[in-house]
Design a protein around this ligand. Structure first.
Ligand SMILES: [Zn+2]
Length: 302
């Protein structure tokens, strides 16, 4: 909605708001390359639509309803270590990709690095049977956080729950920067619609704010995670990374804006039934969390 909505009369504003809500497009995985974005994905419910008579306020880019989901969360959630161990003194940021909830505020454009902008966030992709990416990332991120805390690490989760509108992608990078994270692990699952597209891959940025040193450290972390994650039973990606399961990119805001070593794991392709079944298994998730903690520990070995 344009900024001029501010001066519209109440009736016109209500009509404009209704039409904007109706015209609202379905969310896609903001991290998927354009060519692999799913064409049709079962989505989590849209945030409760506010009647046109409710109060509204106009941000720079759009009008959103007032209420608990009008503003993305910021700051993350800091979790203390559960024991002393090999990661004592370390801070790991674990980013459960996406939001628990779809909100129009997700479409606000935020800096993505290199002078580009991107939508604040999305609720991610979903499997053909309706399992959502945001619930998967929330679960695996929490399992991984517990493994890391048991080994002595302080963990910062970028979002505090799986119900609200999580931080925008630029704030997720800022959380890692402010925490002076030793490593940042962003957890996702992909939504590629090709029938043969299977497996995991790891994204790094070749345009990090942290420069070549952060990029080299990120690549080392990515290689450790690749070795570890293959032991979960999920194969390397058949469709990205040319068999290496490593995909350097320039368009991932959360990685571009990081001054700390940071990677993004796409743990499998949720649109492939075999991958989706594996990703849904509690035993797979438990093993994946242990292996991700192993890879993190190996990367930080003094
Ligand atoms: Zn994702």
């Amino acid at each position: 909605m344009p900024r001029s909505a501010r001066v519209l009369g109440a009736t016109a504003l209500a009509a404009a708001l209704t039409s904007a809500l109706t015209a609202f497009p379905p969310p896609a995985d903001a991290n998927a390359p354009a060519a692999t974005r799913p064409t049709s994905v079962a989505q989590t419910p849209v945030a409760r639509r506010t009647p046109p008579t409710a109060s509204v306020h106009t941000t720079r880019h759009l009008t959103v309803a007032r209420g608990p989901h009008a503003v993305p969360s910021t700051g993350g959630l800091r979790l203390a270590p559960l024991a002393r161990g090999p990661l004592t003194g370390r801070t790991i940021v674990v980013d459960p990709g996406h939001n628990g909830r779809r909100s129009r505020v997700n479409d606000r454009l935020v800096p993505a690095g290199g002078g580009r902008t991107k939508p604040c966030n999305t609720s991610g992709t979903a499997s053909r049977s309706g399992a959502s990416e945001h619930a998967f990332t929330w679960n695996l991120a929490n399992r991984t956080a517990t493994e890391l805390r048991r080994r002595g690490a302080t963990v910062v989760l970028t979002r505090p729950n799986d119900r609200g509108v999580g931080p925008c992608v630029d704030e997720r990078a800022a959380i890692g920067n402010r925490a002076r994270a030793d490593l940042v692990l962003s957890i996702h699952a992909d939504g590629n619609t090709s029938r043969r597209a299977r497996g995991f891959h790891i994204i790094t940025s070749t345009r990090m704010t942290g420069g070549p040193a952060a990029q080299r450290a990120s690549t080392r972390y990515a290689m450790r995670v690749r070795t570890a994650f293959a032991r979960t039973g999920m194969p390397r990606s058949t469709y990205l990374g040319r068999g290496t399961a490593l995909t350097p990119r320039t368009d991932i805001a959360g990685l571009n804006l990081s001054r700390r070593p940071a990677i993004m794991l796409e743990a499998g392709n949720m649109r492939h039934p075999t991958d989706a079944a594996l990703l849904a298994k509690p035993s797979f998730r438990a093993k994946a969390a242990r292996l991700l903690a192993d890879a993190t520990q190996q990367t930080l070995r003094r």
